[in-house]
Design a protein around this ligand. Sequence first.
Ligand code: GLA
Length: 516
Amino acid sequence: MVILSIIIAFLFSAPLSWAQNQPSAVEAADNRLALTPPMGWYPWNEFGQEPQNEKLIKEMVEAVVSSGLKEVGYTYIGPDEGICFSRDASGKLASNLARYPSGLRGLGDYIHKRGLKYALYTDAGTHTCSKAMPGTRDHEQEDMAAFAAWRADYLKVDWCNTKGQDVARTYTTLRDALYAAGRPIVFSLCSWGEGEPWKWGASVGNLWRTTGDICSPGKADWGNAMKIVAANEKLYQAAGPGHWNDPDMMIAGMDGLSEAQNRSFFSLWCMMAAPLMAGNDLRKMTPSTAQILTNLEAIGINQDPLGIQGRIVRRDGQVEIWAGKRLFDGSQAVLVFNPGVAPAQVQVAWPDIGFAKSTMLYVRDLWTHRTTGPHTGGITTTVAPNDVAFLRISRTSAFPVPPIIVADTYQVSLRGSGSSARKLEGTVTLKTNGSDELPLWKVQPRLPAWLSVAVTSNGKSQTLTNTVSTAGLKQGFYHALVRADNTEPVSGKPISALYYDVDLEITGGVDGRKGD
Ligand code: GLA
């Protein structure tokens, strides 16, 4: 609770409540999603369009779970431009059943049942980049309704084939269509920096690409990644809870990068508060890559609730000293990055990072997991070529990790009969892998009459028990979206918000009528 009080002391002002989740066009994209940078896995960097299909995505879902990525917060997963749908003669989107035999709703259900969230992709123009899929142009409302019906939780909207369209206006139209579709969906803008979305994106989407693609599929490109870092670094003032600069999916763990480069890449993405969308093949990850991608102490910097993007505060020859990233407990993240070809010895002086020289500070090395100190004045570190020293610097020797929330499932499916009144139960368990317990999740009161939800706590894990009474229900399918907030008990300020689906099938009604 001590840590939570500290979190609260620094948290941003409360966004709109869920009750106001359909803001007018002029209000912010304040869907209370992505309060910390989204984490997940996306196929494009490794696979391009091939072989994106249901089998690949399901294998990757299993790999997210078995590799430990899920445990440290990787959540969003789904096909990128994976030739997922076409437009039928009536203008409606239809799943590509040849590639996704369960349909796009079926794939979403699979992902939700594994406690992960579903990411889908489309384009703001007439077609997607390869022209293999239709874009949303002139179909904004119906397409967003389709993504909501497929139960997407995250939507990336690309910018190909948009001749004559204004970037800000187009994405604003899509935002409004998403709100109208009624499902809270993380909105990912992908205009590669066109239209300077960092200037207006915070009121339209949750994240926006700041640059062109980081690589062509299957070809990790360290040099290009470094150019992207340079461009993205300058935009640090635009990032914050719910609205992030997106320097693209990660290439860490792809062929062609050394272990030091993987470590540096991941540290830079953590320091820039960038979305952590892994892009490597998780089914054949080396132990070293797995260790890098699941370093909870590094992830804690990325997932810090203050949401500050770090920046370069000083250069020493080629070496970059990144700081300016104050964390929820008052500590500071510092990254010393050596892009050169020879080892470099560098001093990080306390005034570089905003402390007086005489301050006694502890230093936590986020890669060796060792704490030293207290030191005064600064510290000197030697960094190998293409490697980093990733540090956390604090007045105390405690280095708490912020909340990292992991769910056992995001979908409860119940089946019963309406003719004999019964109670059915399904649970969702939410735990945090952060250092401290969370306050009780608070379930939003607007539930349908057939459903009630009770929350019980067991230390760092809480169970949401969903109880359905079938009495009097007609035959048919019922659905509820349960929203829960985690807020600081006194001020009511948000720590996190989530939602999950409850599906109920009633096989025989009291009077044989169909349900809603
Ligand atoms: C663009 C995007 C990529 C990827 C491809 C798909 O290039 O920037 O991230 O989604 O389209 O075609």
